[in-house]
Design a protein around this ligand. Structure first.
Ligand SMILES: [Zn+2]
Length: 316
């Protein structure tokens, strides 16, 4: 492993938790409501650095020096970014920029949070949910946004070598300092990928993937929050997906081609002719009703595209 010395800066920063959680009754997804927005966001994901989403398997290569690599996720035999990864990345951002609950599995971590930050649960039809749980779901509630797997449409697999400490692993979402005080939600910076000796099958920088996000019964503010979390606001920012995030893998820019909403005729979806293009600018403006401005600015500072920053190649 290459070493750049012991003083490498941390590859992440924190977005503070909100002052409170704002819960409301979700609109549901079983039937579609007039006056709410149902439709599809279509676009592309463009990899700014190599992307690796582990399939859990091992793949043979035709390279004698590196015969085996940790395999990338595929759908129908094609390289793809799983909808679940995309949803996870976008949900983390929505949680950080709205007054949403804190989903932590560890009991000891949960005990340090004020009770109102407890994860939402839809125990009955009248349960109130935070913005992130309305969009992406909570125990007992499916959520109103669905991410399709994003197949690779341009680019190909490549083998990359990442530092062993940054082999894919899961990270806690919320962190505490030594006194037990909450530091907030953790996000990794973008930068130049660090090199190491663990071979991964990855989609190279410049790869393009087809994006499709379906939504049902959203308010303009909720759809605006979703677009903001996809990096579409001003200034724009890139997402982080998949494994080896601390080593600067998985920087992905979202290009939205169109936001289409469908007119609801009673409880039934209209035919193709009744689809119409929504105005992303108007939706982004409507999002301010749900956004925490200072947290969004903090997130912009962390997730702004940065091709110069060096990512650490060792423990931090
Ligand atoms: Zn919640």
């Amino acid at each position: 492993m290459t070493s750049r010395g012991p003083q490498e800066p941390k590859p992440y920063a924190f977005v503070p938790l909100p002052d409170r959680v704002e819960r409301g009754k979700p609109a549901g997804h079983d039937s579609l409501h007039r006056g709410l927005l149902t439709g599809t966001i279509a676009g592309e994901l463009v990899a700014l650095t190599p992307v690796h989403v582990a399939s859990g398997g091992i793949e043979l290569t035709d390279n004698n020096r590196i015969p085996l690599v940790k395999a990338h996720f595929r759908t129908d035999g094609r390289a793809a970014i799983p909808g679940s990864s995309l949803k996870g990345a976008v949900r983390s951002i929505v949680e950080a920029i709205t007054r949403s609950c804190v989903r932590v599995r560890s009991r000891t971590l949960r005990d340090r949070l004020a009770p109102e930050f407890e994860p939402c649960e839809a125990r009955d039809r009248n349960a109130a949910l935070c913005p992130a749980c309305r969009l992406f779901g909570a125990p007992g509630y499916q959520g109103q946004v669905r991410f399709a797997d994003a197949p690779l449409i341009q680019g190909q697999f490549t083998t990359i070598l990442v530092p062993s400490l940054f082999a894919p692993r899961t990270h806690a979402r919320v962190y505490y300092d030594r006194s037990g005080k909450v530091k907030g939600r953790k996000f990794y910076f973008h930068g130049q990928p660090a090199r190491g000796n663990v071979p991964l099958e990855a989609c190279g920088a410049g790869s393009r993937f087809r994006l499709q996000v379906d939504f049902a019964n959203l308010t303009e503010a909720e759809l605006g929050v979703l677009l903001t979390a996809l990096g579409q606001g001003d200034p724009p920012f890139a997402l982080k997906l998949g494994g080896a995030k601390p080593a600067c893998l998985g920087s992905v820019e979202v290009k939205v081609h169109c936001v289409e909403t469908r007119d609801i005729d009673g409880e039934v979806l209209g035919l193709e002719g009744s689809a119409r293009k929504a105005d992303p600018e108007g939706l982004l403006a409507a999002a301010t009703a749900l956004l925490i401005r200072t947290n969004l600015e903090r997130l912009h500072g962390i997730l702004r595209k940065d091709g110069q920053r060096l990512c650490p190649s060792q423990s931090y």
